[in-house]
Design a protein around this ligand. Structure first.
Ligand code: COA
Length: 333
């Protein structure tokens, strides 16, 4: 049996230029900066603006940057997975649109719809194609264009989410770095608490669904909050236990950026000091499938080859899980 693992050999994030601050939101809904910061930790988020722009346009920026950074020609890429719930169209998938726009001609790919856990699901799937020796260059993207599905008259949801994400290159390595293990879970009965009511085959779009605001994110925040803390913490502890890891062994806990109170609760339940917890929610809000690669991109200069990371997320579905990986490179300063 080979000891080939799928190692992240580069990461490239992308966020749109336009910034939506809490002060801006004060002018749109009945809210205030103090409430948003104290309840969520968010100060601002990025919004994709521009006629005809879609999720794939953010994906192309990520992929082009990633190819340049990793010295990869587009034709060398063999597989591209895109975790998103805000693809350009219901079909075809955005992964293939991104390949087309980025000049990636020799790859196949598809989208993965697992909401905020999408990057974990996609990274795990891509890693298997590397571990088995099937492919040598796989791109995993996590991104969302949340402002396209937000009701900017609903203060309980529009303050939370933003646009953006990131892409990573996966390549085989035999030096002990790479994806080591994962615990991924799902419970479809959670769908009632976080979903979009219409637009799918259950409720195809009609004038009525549009008039009833059914094409936006619907969420029961408190229920999602409780499940998020419990589920992320339990899979973090399960992964650590089965890999004989103590908290001292872990260099960075990288949690989905949903709410700073969720992040702090997970850290506290799992007994991690906040110095080891990656947090950038104040800048970008919750970018759904985009938060984990955006965290890796922001932290890349601080990550060292051999660092042990736990990536954890929870989202609509419900879906959740934790991946344990060993970082593969030092970033030249
Ligand atoms: N500004 C001001 N007040 C607001 C508000 C806003 N933007 N949004 C809600 N409120 C009000 C509510 O109406 C409620 O008022 P009431 O007590 O008079 O009824 C009060 O604030 C408390 O609401 P509640 O929903 O209990 O607040 P909360 O502390 O649970 O925070 C969320 C709300 C949404 C921030 C929080 O539940 C959360 O983050 N949940 C998880 C969401 C998430 O991460 N989802 C993504 C998938 S992981």
């Amino acid at each position: 049996m080979s000891n080939k693992l799928a190692t992240i050999t580069g990461v490239q994030g992308y966020v749109p230029e336009d910034i939506l601050t809490n002060k801006d939101l004060e002018k749109m809904v009945d809210t205030n900066d103090e409430w948003i910061q104290s309840r969520t930790g968010i100060k601002e988020r990025r919004i994709l603006k521009g006629e005809g722009l879609a999720a794939s346009d953010m994906g192309v920026e990520m992929v082009k940057g990633l190819l340049e950074k990793t010295n990869t020609k587009p034709e060398e890429v063999e597989m591209l997975l895109c975790a998103t719930i805000t693809g350009d169209m219901i079909f075809p998938d955005t992964a293939n649109t991104i390949c087309d726009k980025a000049g990636i001609k020799n790859a196949f790919g598809y989208d993965i719809n697992a909401a905020c856990s999408g990057f974990l699901y996609a990274l795990t799937t891509g890693a298997k194609f590397i571990e088995t020796g099937t492919y040598k260059k796989v791109i995993i993207i996590g991104l969302d264009f949340m402002s396209s599905i937000l009701d900017y008259t609903d203060r309980t949801t529009c303050i939370i989410f933003g646009d953006g994400g990131g892409a990573v290159m996966l390549e085989p390595r035999e030096d002990g770095t790479g994806v080591q293990d994962q615990v991924l879970k799902a419970d479809g009965s959670g769908r009632e608490f976080l979903h979009m009511k219409a637009g799918g085959s259950l409720r195809p779009p009609t004038a009525e669904t549009v008039a009833n605001n059914e094409h936006y994110v619907y969420q029961e925040g408190r229920t999602v909050f409780k499940h998020a803390v419990k589920s992320m913490a339990s899979t973090v502890m399960e992964v650590m236990k089965r890999n004989n890891l103590t908290n001292d062994d872990i260099d960075w806990l990288v949690p989905h950026q949903a709410n700073i109170r969720i992040i702090k609760s997970v850290a506290s339940v799992c007994d991690f000091p906040m110095e080891k917890v990656v947090v950038n929610i104040e800048k970008y809000g919750n970018t759904t499938a985009g938060t984990l690669p955006l965290c890796l991109w922001d932290w890349e200069p601080r990550l060292k080859k051999g660092d042990k990371l736990l990536l954890t997320a929870f989202g609509g579905g419900f879906t959740w899980g934790t991946i344990y990986l060993v970082w593969g490179y030092d970033t030249p300063s």
